[in-house]
Design a protein around this ligand. Structure first.
Ligand code: AHM
Ligand code: MG
Length: 323
């Protein structure tokens, strides 16, 4: 079995990037260990404070953020970082080449019920003259990402990674603390009969989205002509992992609960990295109007409408929105 480090040495010419991924995984293994111990490590429950987005932080949100932050700050290759749990970007090493954006613990509403959560990350290249304390330094479109991935803390701990040459997954062997390659060049089936959306928001969606989901629910009697199954885990990492395993479509579209925000999920450290993985696996990732990875970012914490997964199904959603 091929160890992650050996895989990277064989598949990635960028030695600095290898160091960054290696360093990130040191922090993620620590997070995996704490998630596994749960209440035995005293890490469950609320941190009794809010992040910059006004969301209640869980203890593990804060712990995961601190672990990743201190790992990245210690790396000479990393110039700066931005996190869901940090109001502002954090400068690391002035001579560093890379910017790392991350959601330290996605799906954290699931921690206390022992359901899968994960860390999502996106790596960008910086210019030597860029100031890592400036938000503008980080505002690159998703197509500029040089690597993206997530670590899933589920029954097994998995890393799913792309450095722009396909998607690979690795499983952590906690007995030796190493990730081993398990799946190569992952491909998402083009068609699907499985969708994931939070149906409780139905009345707040755009009419086009209501029409599309209405047609899904009509099954073989509707215009889509097939019976669909539904899943909702409320952990984007877990949903995307299911789609990378057996296909499907994941939607967190615009809704009018907060009319000024384009969606719930964040572009820079949720939408973009997941879009890179999905596209690298042959799927599509759209806002329903344009490719997510072409959206020009205007702030680190900006929101985006998300429709991603099996290519034909995403195309179908885009077609409903053309009308
Ligand atoms: P988080 O980053 O604060 O955990 O929020 C993102 C999560 C996604 O993982 C998931 O798809 C979504 O929020 C679930 O939202 P809802 O509570 O509407 O089901
Ligand atoms: Mg998240």
């Amino acid at each position: 079995m091929l160890r992650l480090r050996n895989f990277l040495d064989q598949h990635c010419e960028n030695k600095g990037l290898i160091q960054v991924i290696d360093g990130l995984m040191v922090a993620c293994k620590d997070i995996a260990y704490k998630v596994q111990l749960g209440s035995l490590a005293g890490v469950l429950g609320s941190a009794e404070k809010e992040n910059v987005q006004g969301e209640n932080q869980k203890k593990l949100d804060v712990i995961a953020n601190d672990l990743i932050k201190s790992a990245l700050r210690g790396m000479p290759q990393v110039k700066g970082l931005a996190s869901e749990e940090e109001a502002d970007p954090v400068a690391c090493n002035p001579n560093g080449e890379f910017l790392v954006l991350f959601d330290p613990l996605d799906g954290s509403s699931n921690i206390d019920v022992n359901v899968t959560v994960g860390t999502i990350f996106s790596v960008l290249q910086s210019n030597p003259e860029d100031d890592a304390t400036h938000e503008a330094t980080y505002l690159q479109i998703g197509r500029e990402q040089i690597a993206a991935g997530y670590v899933l803390y589920g029954p097994s701990t998995l890393l799913v990674l792309s450095t722009g040459k396909g998607v690979y997954s690795f499983t952590l062997d906690p007995r030796v603390g190493e990730f081993y390659l398990q799946r190569e060049k992952i491909r998402i089936p083009t068609t699907t009969k499985e969708f994931a959306i939070n149906m409780s928001n139905q009345r707040f969606w755009l009419p086009q989205m209501q029409e599309y989901v209405g047609d899904l629910l009509r099954g073989e009697d509707g215009p889509l002509g097939k019976r669909y199954n539904m899943r909702w885990i409320a952990s984007m990492v877990a949903e995307i992992h299911r789609i990378l395993t057996r296909g499907g479509i994941f939607l967190y579209p615009y809704d009018s609960r907060e009319p000024n925000k384009p969606g719930k999920l964040r572009l820079m450290y949720e939408g973009n990295p997941m879009s890179m993985l999905i596209e690298q696996a042959g799927g599509k990732a759209s806002t329903a109007f344009e490719d997510i990875m072409t959206v020009e970012p205007t702030s680190i914490h900006q929101r985006v409408s998300v429709v991603m997964g099996s290519a034909d199904e995403v195309e179908s959603v885009v077609n409903y929105h053309r009308s």
